[in-house]
Design a protein around this ligand. Structure first.
Ligand SMILES: *Cc1c(COP(=O)(O)O)cnc(C)c1O
Length: 427
């Protein structure tokens, strides 16, 4: 029914070869219900946003009330309670040095704002700088600036000529039992120090603790501590893209808390509205804010989107944050369960390597004849097998990862590991 007669051009989809999309008629908790009556377990929180599960009653209630009160208003010259309250509440949960909240409406623009903020911070200070240090494998979104700091992505080949230059360094990705981790970290830190000594960088951009789209590549908190130390020492801005890692994903509310580091700029989006509506924020320190604060109109940050600070999205964000405050065990305890089932079902499996967990996320590579990476041919095969078994799991190339909503029960989580084991055994 939704096959080739649909006019819709889908994201990240080769329209010619992709299977027809599944028609979802209802979402409830971790479950998606299809028009043919099947139920699919959403093991990846629908592209990493659905932190409390689908159609959460408290979020639905908030949305209904807010829609009757105020659905949208221009955000220049006007404000509203949902945005004010959400901004204040957010600031109680991040490092105290972050004091300012700039709203936009998706993760890519949160990063785009961060880059522009950093660039204009130096410009306004009379010492223009626009060169960034970024990480191999980094993914920061779909816009030109965000693609530029995520330039190594296999997806951006056609756009390379549009992207600005950065200094790219290796990401010290690690996994259980990795003996090379310290060597990898010092190699990267040495490279960064060498670059910083040459001067004139505006900032360093990183997905802290976990590079998401690159295949859930994880680094240690120790590495971030050393990185933050270098940024301080050389006076360049540290930018954390926590669009994916934010709101409990790493087992702490934010990766900066888990790693005990404080960035100068922090980008948040995916889980911000509880997976309900598009919304994002870019948080900044007083020092950055002050560089824009002036009688000179040209020193203002000229960035804003039509739907900036949408009241419906802000209201759901507030409710989502309250839910996280009320039920922190959902994200705090999941790593223990992941570890237990990884050991019980998958550890030592001949077809797997590089098992790893961080908070609510578990990941591993399937050994194949092909090269590791997004275009590994195993991905569509595994995805189809998981779907047939009733599980939404979308491997990134030969990387299988789990990122369930926090409301998943331990039995449900165990059932995912059981099915991965079965499918691997029969591969
Ligand atoms: C998803 C993601 C983005 C982009 O967010 P969108 O809302 O899809 O634009 C940016 N950075 C990271 C780390 C992400 O995971």
């Amino acid at each position: 029914m939704l096959n080739s007669d649909s006019p819709i051009w889908r994201p990240y989809t080769q329209m010619k070869t992709a299977a027809p999309p599944l028609n979802v008629i209802k979402g409830e908790g971790i479950w998606l219900e299809l028009d043919d009556g099947r139920r699919i377990m959403d093991c990846i929180s629908s592209w990493w946003v659905t932190i409390h599960g689908h159609a959460h009653p408290a979020i639905a209630e908030t949305l209904y009330r807010q829609a009757q009160q105020l659905e949208q208003v221009i955000f220049a010259g006007f404000t509203h309670e949902p945005a004010e309250q959400l901004a204040r509440k957010l600031l109680t949960h991040v490092p105290a040095s972050l004091t300012r909240v700039f709203f936009s409406d998706n993760g890519s623009t949160a990063v785009e704002v961060a880059l522009k903020m950093a660039c204009q911070y130096w410009h306004n200070g009379g010492e223009p700088r626009s060169r960034f240090i970024s990480f191999e494998g980094g993914y920061h979104g779909e816009t030109i600036g965000a693609m530029s700091v995520g330039k190594s992505s296999p997806w951006w080949q056609a756009f390379q000529s549009l992207l600005f230059e950065t200094d790219m360094v290796p990401f010290p990705a690690t996994f259980d039992g990795d003996e090379q981790v310290e060597a990898k970290e010092s190699e990267t830190l040495d490279k960064i120090e060498f670059l910083l000594k040459q001067g004139h960088h505006a900032g360093i951009v990183i997905e802290p603790l976990i590079q998401g789209a690159a295949g859930m590549r994880m680094c240690r908190p120790q590495f971030l501590q050393a990185l933050a130390q270098l940024a301080r020492q050389f006076g360049v801005l540290l930018i954390y893209d926590e669009v994916m890692t934010g709101f409990g994903r790493t087992g702490s509310l934010f990766a900066c808390l888990k790693s005990a580091t404080a960035p100068d700029i922090l980008c948040l989006s995916k889980g911000l509205s509880g997976g309900c509506l598009p919304l994002s924020v870019t948080l900044a320190t007083d020092a950055i804010y002050e560089a824009f604060y002036s009688n000179d109109a040209t020193k203002a940050l000229y960035h804003g989107h039509t739907y900036t600070g949408n009241p419906l999205a802000c209201a759901t964000g507030l409710t989502s944050l309250e839910l996280l405050e009320q039920h922190p065990q959902g994200f705090q305890d999941m790593e223990t369960h992941h570890r237990r089932y990884l050991v019980q079902y998958l550890q030592g499996h001949p077809k797997l390597e590089h098992l790893r967990t961080c908070g609510t996320i578990a990941a591993m590579e399937v050994k194949t004849d092909g090269t590791d990476g997004y275009f590994n041919a195993i991905a569509p095969i595994l995805k189809a097998k998981f779907l047939d078994a009733g599980f939404l799991i979308r491997p990134l190339g030969n990387t299988i990862y789990l990122m369930p909503p926090y409301c998943i029960t331990t039995d449900e989580l165990e059932s995912i590991y059981r099915v991965i084991r079965q499918i691997l055994d029969n591969l």
